[in-house]
Design a binder for this molecule. Sequence first.
Ligand code: ATP
Length: 133
Amino acid sequence: MKTFPLCIGTPDGLQFDGEAERIFCRSITGDLEILAGHCNFCTALGMGRAYVALPDGTRREAACIGGMLSVMNGNCRVLATTWEWVEDIDAQRAREAKERAEKAIATGGLTEQEYKIAEARLKRALVRLGVKE
Ligand code: ATP
């Protein structure tokens, strides 16, 4: 299968720089997959499971929490708010974050802003757990 140059970065640094056969992730309008030969394109990313299919036939799973993806002249670049490879996800931490967020939502008395923050924390934890399990 044809490959294309892929670069994935976050504020913490470069997460991937190499050739890929495919990248799958969640955009704000739904799941998307980029293959070699994709036209020039740019989209905002949502929160969800992601993976990179490598030329050796393996697949690296990850959690992607927002950002931007672009394709320019065959080069794909992902600038993610958070990109965690499955092996780096701490499931216990995500479970605790989920419990804290659920408790805050169930207890109530939150301002609209606090509710949105708790809901976003819950979503991030669920994405991490979904990738991990
Ligand atoms: P927590 O309440 O556990 O901090 P959070 O969703 O609020 O979770 P973020 O603000 O999204 O955390 O992330 C802060 C940093 O911690 C990022 O670098 C992110 O990659 C990392 N991080 C958060 N949760 C996990 C996890 N479960 N496993 C590995 N890294 C994590």
